[in-house]
Design a protein around this ligand. Structure first.
Ligand SMILES: Cc1cc2nc3c(=O)[nH]c(=O)nc-3n(C[C@H](O)[C@H](O)[C@H](O)COP(=O)(O)O)c2cc1C
Length: 199
């Protein structure tokens, strides 16, 4: 079976996260990426990056229109490894949590849940209200994974790109896709190593 991963990008802040994931997956020839941008994504990409959606689309193997509910990824019979929605707006989270699949992003996510395939929602909003939290609980109970883009600092990030790459690496880990996006934590340096380094 072709190793297909669906990448959904919605209209929350930080479309840069979606671009970083697409760039990383484009380095893996065995993975076929299927991209779908929500209507909101087109707006946030323009507002926050001042680039055309084409910059995202040219990194994907297949691009679907979010209005195309007849697309291959709209059916469970089209086999995929699963889907990541990165970033995921609260609107799309609500749509997935309630099963109201009004566009291809939420329909493809719904298909992943019903087929018991990997679904990762990189939810971006802060602070969260009870509706957001309950929707995250519902998706989690249905088998999805909520992965907010919360930065870690053990890899000593120095740039925004370092932070983007760390979150992208956490996403690729959930799909067992090999990568070198960040340096993994290998435990605290031993006293001996610290002494060696200090010499
Ligand atoms: C520049 C910009 C940033 C936004 N950031 C967020 C955000 O961080 N989280 C969120 O849930 N919605 C955010 N929104 C609002 C969503 O775009 C809006 O709710 C939209 O209807 C989401 O639809 P979609 O999920 O189909 O993309 C933002 C909108 C704009 C224009």
């Amino acid at each position: 079976m072709t190793d297909r991963i669906i990448v959904g990008i919605t209209g929350s802040s930080a479309p840069q996260l979606g671009l970083t994931v697409l760039q990383a997956l484009a380095q893996v020839p065995s993975v076929e990426t299927h991209l779908v941008l929500s209507a909101g994504a087109t707006r946030s990409i323009e507002a926050e990056m001042s680039v055309s959606p084409f910059v995202f689309e040219e990194l994907a193997d297949v691009v679907h229109s979010t209005d195309d509910l007849g697309a291959a990824i709209s059916s469970g019979s089209f086999r995929t490894r699963g889907m990541v929605v990165v970033p995921c707006s609260m609107r799309t989270l609500a749509s997935v949590a309630t099963g109201t699949t009004t566009d291809l992003v939420s329909r493809a996510a719904d298909v992943c849940l019903k087929e018991r395939r990997r679904l990762v929602l990189v939810t971006r909003e802060t602070p969260l209200n009870l509706i957001h939290i309950r929707n995250m609980e519902t998706v989690t109970l249905a088998g999805g994974i909520i992965l907010p883009p919360v930065p870690a600092f053990y890899h000593r990030p120095r740039t925004i790109d370092d932070l983007l790459r760390q979150t992208a690496g956490k996403i690729l880990d959930l799909f067992d896709v090999p990568h070198r996006l960040f340096t993994r934590w290998e435990g605290m340096p031993s006293a001996e190593n610290v002494t060696d380094a200090a010499r």
